[in-house]
Ligand binder design. Structure first.
Ligand SMILES: [Zn+2]
Length: 169
């Protein structure tokens, strides 16, 4: 299971590194970081289902689209919630389409010294048991962090390009 520490530390670090390029204030990055662990509150309900589905993103996305002055805050909330889902997909999987479809979407991509490379993406009936035999050189969660980083780099490139377009016109 991804630790609470990872769910806060990893997205905070990535956002702070890119805060200038993304044009967001570090104050909001820190204040809103609890959204990074919010999905795990469903441990008291249906864990990795009730708050671990794509639909928890609907409200912040709608706010992002329709309320221009809330863009900074809603964008950061989307990122924290989305990063949680992504990291968990690489670490056992989540019920991504709950309550409409009861399948666990997972992705196991890892490099273990004794076993070599595992590449396994799919839908399962239950959370994947990630207790592995052997020492991971690259764990599946590491791959999840790399994917998150690539997404933020792409977003910052897009934002920069949009900014340049506005200056030109
Ligand atoms: Zn979780």
């Amino acid at each position: 299971m991804s630790s609470l520490f990872n769910h806060i530390f990893i997205p905070i670090t990535i956002l702070l590194i890119f805060s200038k390029r993304l044009n967001i204030h570090p104050k909001y990055i820190i204040l809103l970081s609890f959204f990074g662990i919010l999905p795990d509150a469903d441990i008291f309900l249906l864990h990795r289902a009730t708050l671990h589905n794509i639909f928890i993103l609907i409200v912040p996305i709608l706010i992002f689209i329709f309320m221009k002055d809330m863009r900074e805050v809603s964008g950061i909330i989307c990122f924290y919630l989305g990063s949680h889902l992504l990291l968990d997909i690489f670490d056992g999987g989540i019920f991504l389409l709950y309550p409409f479809y009861n399948g666990v979407f997972y992705s196991v991509i890892e490099l273990i010294f004794e076993n070599g490379i595992t590449f396994n993406i799919g839908i399962s009936n239950d959370i994947i048991d990630m207790r592995r035999i052997g020492e991971p050189m690259i764990s599946s969660e590491n791959v999840g962090v790399a994917v998150l980083l690539i997404i933020v780099i792409l977003i910052s490139i897009i934002i920069k390009r949009e900014g340049m377009k506005k200056k030109e016109t």
